[in-house]
Design a binder for this molecule. Structure first.
Ligand code: GLA
Length: 699
């Protein structure tokens, strides 16, 4: 199969994945228009050629009605543009004309040029054929001698097949309540999902799914996917026009954005992933999961299984010291934990959240031997050592701030808002980037650290950069992300053995851009397993289980969920423990040890297998399964909560098994794959709330 085909007679490009095709071409008038996105068709001639839609009236011009592949703001076009710019003579529109293409293997680049000004736009496509996804991006190059002011530059658009109605699936949320699944029919209007916070945000996440007529289910129906690989201010617009065209645009948010493109300089928009399936939401999610596992996660650790970690935060908060952490490490190791992570509190004058951020030096009062004694102790117990940092931040009460008060974003005549008593460092500045790189590099060079939890505990406010030229000050939104990505990439290159976790007060920075640079993420600060199930369900729409760190926390106080329930919930991702281990009695420790050992046996399937959401979190029964690549092994997790009087669990019908094979479902007998998928298993729970983990293996 050729991934990129070009029909010379019709000036039509067709991008093909295993099951889908995406086509766009040049109309007779020279407009670059989208023509088809759906199942792969037998012949090149099957794909429609580009045609502008007929003009309706003087108010609705042909170009404005047509699905332009990369629409610039000009002429009488009023849907969301991908690019808007102002030239040095104050001309404020961009008129793009086709100027050639090049294709090789999985990549296509189409060149557009402004009709009158020396501005070039390269539309870049990369086909991830195995995952039925296409990566789009755009790069703008100033080929002239005068600067150009970019006011909007998005990554690209997605046009679902024309239809009467579409439903939008996305997530909304808040701190400690991220990734809440939301579904709504599209109104005849523009829906905007975005972040203006400087980071990806807890409130929304940069992915959407659209299903025709709202008729798709987990297992069937036409679903379009769009996901943006970006960790700063982002925007996805989903627009349904009065002419029943649905247009999705995604990229860097244009809110408070401006970029001065100097002569010879270029600006590259972040990748926008698009996909299509006829097999429902479950398949759409698995496409994204496979893409992360095969193409996105940092290559060095991509194939490795993630370790079971212990994190000290909920047990000790800021109250960490050498002796206590060594004791915790002993307790963690005795349970079979493989990675011991010391969280906040180990550096500078950090006894609470009011001081210390910025001073990345070990607090000698708490750790008289630096970190070396603790790390040797942890390594001696057979565990890796990990450390918490929050490099992008500074407390005013810190040596760093006292030395460099000008290193933070600020407006000179406004008091900086202190959220969590901290300010955001200006990562647009080279000296700040250098300081952060050197601080982190020194920590990693001087200590045997195998894991970094990189946190970001507030959003931006007063985002000024007074030292910069006025026309460049709004670049900070993008420059910050560029700085973050650059520092992490350099650290990874210098310390290839280290794994990085992204955290932002929980799931405030989870996206495909982060996952290119971080090996795993913290989905939420909310570790209550009952709240966590819907958070994890929403998370799974876009992100794979392997990257989803999930901890067992909480005490044994009456009313808390059974320990097994909390474990099972965390075992559906990348298992971690965050409890004060001295709260557990012997019986609980014994149970924890057994469950950790069980997780190690099943984790290749959870982390590298295919995930199936069998029962959502709306009713009393929630079920999710993972099936190994060879379909010879599967694990089923089922959770029962708040059943009404007399309620009994329904049978859970599995998915993704080999129909003709005979399987043994531990404790439930032998059944064919087909029976497991058609009849299903009725899980038995010891109580309400209750949970089960059922291992299923080919006989
Ligand atoms: C954030 C993180 C927590 C913990 C604290 C430490 O809230 O999400 O897991 O690391 O910071 O201050």
């Amino acid at each position: 199969m050729e991934m990129i085909q070009f029909d010379q007679d019709r000036n039509l490009w067709v991008l093909q994945t295993e099951n889908t095709a995406y086509a766009f071409g040049l109309s007779a008038e020279g407009a670059l228009c989208h023509t088809y996105y759906g199942p792969r068709l037998p012949f090149l001639s099957d794909y429609p050629g580009a045609r502008l839609y007929p003009e309706q009236s003087s108010f609705d011009c042909r170009e404005g009605l047509s699905p332009e592949e990369y629409m610039s703001w000009c002429d009488s076009k009023y849907t969301e543009p991908c690019i808007k710019a102002t030239f040095s003579d104050h001309t404020r529109d961009v008129v793009l004309k086709y100027a050639g293409f090049s294709a090789e293997g999985d990549s296509l680049s189409v060149t557009l040029r402004d009709a009158a000004y020396p501005l070039r736009v390269e539309l870049r496509y990369r086909v991830a054929a195995d995952c039925d996804l296409i990566e789009k991006s755009a790069c703008v190059v100033n080929e002239g001698t005068e600067p150009v002011r970019l006011e909007q530059i998005l990554s690209g658009s997605l046009f679902p097949a024309r239809s009467d109605a579409y439903r939008l699936t996305s997530v909304s949320g808040k701190w400690a309540g991220e990734f809440q699944l939301r579904r709504a029919m599209l109104p005849d209007a523009k829906t905007v999902l975005e972040s203006r916070r400087g980071t990806t945000s807890h409130g929304a996440n940069p992915f959407v799914m659209l299903d025709e007529n709202g008729s798709a289910t987990e297992t069937g129906g036409r679903v379009y996917v769009g996901a943006l690989a970006y960790s700063g201010n982002w925007k996805i617009t989903v627009e349904k026009t009065s002419f029943r065209m649905v247009k999705v645009c995604a990229g860097v948010n244009d809110f408070d954005f401006a970029w001065l493109l100097e002569p010879g300089a270029s600006f590259t928009a972040p990748p926008f992933l698009i996909g299509y399936t006829e097999k429902g939401f479950g398949a759409a999610s698995r496409m994204l999961h496979a893409y992360q596992l095969n193409h996105v996660l940092p290559a060095g650790h991509r194939g490795e299984l993630r370790k079971v970690l212990y994190n000290s935060w909920e047990a000790r908060l800021f109250d960490v010291n050498e002796e206590e952490q060594c004791r915790l490490a002993d307790a963690a190791a005795s349970l079979g934990i493989e990675l011991f992570v010391m969280d906040d509190g180990w550096f500078g004058a950090r006894d609470n959240d009011r001081a210390g951020l910025g001073d990345w030096f070990v607090n000698r009062r708490k750790f008289p031997n630096g970190l070396s004694k603790l790390i040797r102790h942890v390594n001696g117990l057979g565990m890796d050592f990990g450390l918490w940092v929050e490099p992008e931040m500074v407390n005013p009460d810190s040596d760093l701030y006292r030395r460099h008060p000008g290193w933070v974003y600020r407006f000179e005549n406004r008091p900086g808002n202190l959220r969590r008593n901290q300010l955001v460092l200006n990562l647009a500045r080279e000296d700040v980037r250098a300081y952060l790189y050197e601080s982190m590099d020194r920590l990693l060079t001087e200590n045997n650290i195998q894991f970094i939890k990189w946190d970001m505990n507030r959003n931006f406010s007063e985002p000024g950069y007074p030292e910069e030229a006025p026309e460049k000050q709004r670049e900070i939104w993008v420059r910050h992300v560029e700085g973050l990505y650059g520092i992490v990439e350099r650290l990874r290159a210098a310390h290839p053995g280290v794994l990085f976790q992204s955290c932002s007060g929980g799931g405030g920075r989870v996206d495909l851009g982060v996952l290119r640079r971080f090996d795993q993420v913290w989905a939420s600060d909310n570790t209550n397993a009952s709240d966590r199930l819907p958070i994890q369900e929403g998370f799974s729409y876009a992100y794979c289980a392997k990257v989803m760190e999930s901890w067992v926390t909480g005490s044994s106080a009456p009313g808390t969920l059974p320990l097994e329930f909390r474990f099972h919930c965390a075992m559906t991702g990348n298992l971690g423990i965050g409890v004060d281990l001295f709260q557990w009695d012997d019986a609980q420790r014994e149970k924890a040890r057994a469950l950790i050992a069980e997780y190690k046996q099943i984790r290749p399937i959870v982390q590298h297998g295919r995930q199936y959401r069998l029962m959502g979190t709306q009713g009393p029964l929630t079920a999710v399964s993972y099936v190994g690549a060879e379909r010879d092994r599967a694990v089923l997790f089922a959770f029962w909560q708040h059943g009404r009087f007399g309620d009994r669990p329904l049978p859970v019908r599995l998915q993704g098994l080999d129909e003709t094979a005979l399987y043994e479902a531990e404790g439930y007998g032998r059944m064919s794959g087909k029976a497991l998928m058609c009849v299903g298993l009725t899980p038995e729970f010891a109580g309400d709330p209750g949970s089960v983990l059922i291992r299923i293996e080919k006989v």
